[in-house]
Structures are given as structure tokens and as C-alpha cells.
Design a protein around this ligand. Structure first.
Ligand code: SOE
Length: 401
């Protein structure tokens, strides 16, 4: 009988705050990344922090953390913890990230970076100061690590679409279509910052900027709350659940739908739709780029595929081609299964963690940086200001936000 050998690289000890949807996704990624990617450090699930002792302990057992604490400050104060992974609602990001950076801990902060531009600015300044001391920080825009989308970025950079003419982005979900879906923290502005805009619209803002290599410079938009009150109590399931329709109702303080037009820095026009009211669309995060010589289209509900259209092909053979992005040529794919076997939602997080661990081990700056996440925050803020201003165009800059 042989004993499995100990990890060959140095440990990277993780202190995670929060253990909901994102806590589950991140822990899975921390556990898995070094088993599929060659990494300079081996992540170790050191301590899980959360408020409610009983569910915290159960989550730690399920996710594989060695210990728990009901004080996130313990993670920051523990010299053994190397990375603070913030998986809590947006209202807590600022305080935890600032303390972690000041203590010299690397930080992975879920998106959106914070609930306000002002907090995001301070976090970005703190991350920049910490970077001087070798401390790394990253914001969790995990969809960048979808092989098809990373490949789309490469195609754009290689000139496949030629000059970019138009960007179309949608993030469609339906878990709030039922007017009796219960109140959750995602419907509370104090906790979440905004609704569909910040929770899912933030992803398509980040993605389109990253894929095109252009920041959004101005926006004109409308945000709307379609269902103003919802059952205060109910049974949670997934993001939503079943509300107690006969009981008390709470007030929804965030948007259900956000629609906006954007002008990218390079001059290209883009349209954006973020909604949690699109019946039948479960996680349809779609991006389409139309250029002079071709188009690229993606839908997360078919995440292993990228549609590409080559306008330079002979007319009789033109048409969208469905590329299965599971080949060794596609970013991240080679580390996984034999050709064609496909990946899932969780892999985007595993790739994010693999890139982060590599950056920490090699002394590089991981991306998306807090600077990039701050720009996303400024775009979101400008959309809200535009909406309040009767959908007038607003510049995305520090003074306008
Ligand atoms: C996390 O990255 C996240 O944005 C969640 O907060 C959303 O609710 C989810 O639907 C997509 O991923």
C-alpha cells in the first residue's frame, strides 16, 4: 500500500468570508485548481468565517475547511492566513477588503467590488498601495474565464471581426418573474447596492470591456423595479424560492430590469440588457460582437460553444459556424477532459483561482484588478444617474459618477 504524497508546492492558506452561492463556488475552485493546473502554490482551505455558528460549521464540513470563526477579523489577524476570499454581499466588501489589505493579505473580492463608487475608489487605492508590498488583489468577474469568452477575446485581438462596429450584450434570468418570489438580500439596496444592474449587468460590462479592450466612456439608460413588494418570508431555493404569499410583504429597493446604451472609448456603440424577469431564460448571458469582417456570438446557456461568422468567406458558404471550445487551442480547455467533453459553470471559478494562485506565486498582478472593477462600478453608477435624469447620456468618469 502506498500513501499519497504531500503536495509538492508550498501551501497557500485561504480564509474565506461567507458560504452561500459564491462560497460554494469558490471553495470548490480552491480545492480543485491545483489538481488540474500546475501551480506554484497549493491552496489549503484554512478557515471559514460567517455569522451563524450552526450553518457555518455545516458549510465548513461540506466545503472542506479545517476550522471556523464567527469573526471575520480573526482571518485578518491570523498570521497563518495568506488570502482573504470575500464571498459576502456587497455591503461588507469594503470593510473586509480594507482590513485585509492593511494586514498584507492577498484579496479575492466577489463582484461588484463595493456598493458605491466612493468605497470602490478607496479599495482601489488601498490595493495599489498594498501591491507595492507584493500584496495581490483581484475582483471576481469569473465569466472572463469561460474558455469560449477568453477565446472570443483572442479572436478580436487577432483581428477576426476586423474593425468593431457594434456590441450587443444581455444577461437574462427569470427567477424574479414570479411576483411572490420572496425577499432576499439581493433585493435590498443596502446590502446588494443595486439589482439586476450590479448583480448581473456588472458581468456584461466587465466582459465586453475586456473582450473589446475598450472601456465604456458614456451611457444612457433606464432601470426599473417591476414588482415593488414581495413576501417577507418564504422558502429559499437557488437565487429565489417560494414566498409566503399570504404573509407580510417587504419593499424591493433595487431594479428588476436595467437597459442601457453605451459608447465605448474607441467610439463603438453597445446595447446592454440585464433582467431577472425574462421567463424561460435561466442564465442567458449573451454577448455578440459585430465587426467589419465578421461576428462573434456567445450564450452562457451553451457555454461550450462560440458562434463565429466570417464575412470574408465566399458568399455561398457564409453562415455562423458553431465552434466547440473544448479543444487544446482554447484557453483553459487542455487542462481538463479529452476533446469535446465540455465544462460547466464551476470551471470558470477554478480557472480564476488557478490564475490567481499563479499570479501570487510568480509575483504578477492578477486581472481583473480593483482598478478595472472600479471602472465597472463607475459605469453602473452612471447608468443609475442617467436613469434618474430621464435616460440622458452621462459620461463615465470620476466626477460624473
Ligand atoms: C456571481 O458572480 C454572480 O454574479 C451572482 O451574484 C449572480 O447572482 C449569478 O446569477 C451570476 O453570478
Amino acid at each position: 500500500m502506498t500513501t499519497p504524497s504531500a503536495p509538492s508546492s508550498r501551501p497557500l492558506r485561504i480564509g474565506m468570508v461567507g458560504y452561500g452561492f459564491m462560497g460554494a463556488a469558490h471553495s470548490h475552485a480552491w480545492r480543485t485548481a491545483h489538481r488540474f493546473f500546475d501551480l506554484p502554490l497549493t491552496p489549503v482551505l484554512h478557515t471559514l468565517a460567517g455569522r451563524t455558528e450552526s450553518s457555518l460549521v455545516a458549510a465548513a464540513e461540506r466545503y472542506g475547511f479545517a476550522q471556523t470563526t464567527t469573526r471575520w477579523q480573526d482571518l485578518v489577524e491570523d498570521p497563518e492566513v495568506d488570502v482573504i476570499d470575500i464571498c459576502t454581499p456587497g455591503d461588507t466588501h469594503f470593510e473586509i477588503a480594507m482590513a485585509a489589505l492593511a494586514a498584507g493579505k492577498h484579496v479575492l473580492c466577489e463582484k461588484p467590488l463595493a456598493n458605491s463608487v466612493e468605497d470602490s475608489e478607496q479599495m482601489t487605492a488601498a490595493a495599489a498601495a498594498a501591491r507595492e508590498k507584493g500584496v495581490r488583489s483581484i475582483c471576481g468577474f469569473s465569466y472572463r474565464r469561460t474558455p469560449a469568452l477568453a477565446y472570443a477575446r483572442r479572436l478580436v485581438a487577432e483581428g477576426f471581426v476586423g474593425e468593431l462596429r457594434q456590441v450587443r450584450a444581455q444577461y437574462l434570468q427569470d427567477w424574479l418573474s414570479d411576483a411572490d418570489a420572496p425577499m432576499t438580500w439581493r433585493l435590498d439596496r443596502e446590502k446588494a447596492g443595486s439589482g439586476a444592474l450590479g448583480d448581473i449587468g456588472a458581468h456584461i460590462v466587465d466582459l465586453t470591456q475586456w473582450i473589446t479592450g475598450q472601456d465604456i466612456a458614456a451611457v444612457a439608460g433606464t432601470v426599473e423595479t417591476v414588482v415593488p413588494t414581495r413576501p417577507a418570508a418564504g422558502t429559499a431555493q437557488g437565487l429565489g424560492g417560494t414566498g409566503d404569499a399570504s404573509g407580510e410583504r417587504g419593499t424591493v429597493t433595487v431594479d428588476d430590469i436595467a437597459l442601457f446604451t453605451a459608447r465605448f472609448g474607441g467610439g463603438v456603440l453597445g446595447s446592454f440588457e440585464a433582467t431577472r424577469m425574462a421567463q424561460g431564460r435561466k442564465n442567458a448571458m449573451r454577448v455578440e460582437l459585430n465587426g467589419e469582417s465578421g461576428s462573434i456570438a456567445f450564450d452562457f446557456e451553451r457555454m461550450n460553444e462560440l458562434e463565429i461568422y466570417d464575412a470574408t468567406a465566399p458568399t455561398g458558404r457564409q453562415g455562423f459556424t458553431r465552434v466547440l471550445t473544448t479543444e487544446p487551442e482554447h484557453p483553459y480547455a487542455e487542462a481538463w477532459w479529452p476533446t469535446g467533453h465540455g465544462l460547466g459553470y464551476e470551471h470558470t471559478f477554478t480557472h480564476e483561482i488557478a490564475d490567481l494562485v499563479r499570479a501570487i506565486g510568480e509575483g504578477d498582478d492578477p486581472s481583473p484588478s480593483f482598478e478595472e472593477a472600479l471602472h465597472v462600478q463607475r459605469v453602473l453608477a452612471a447608468v443609475e444617474v442617467s436613469s434618474a435624469d430621464g435616460s440622458a447620456w452621462r459620461d463615465v468618469d470620476p466626477s460624473a459618477a
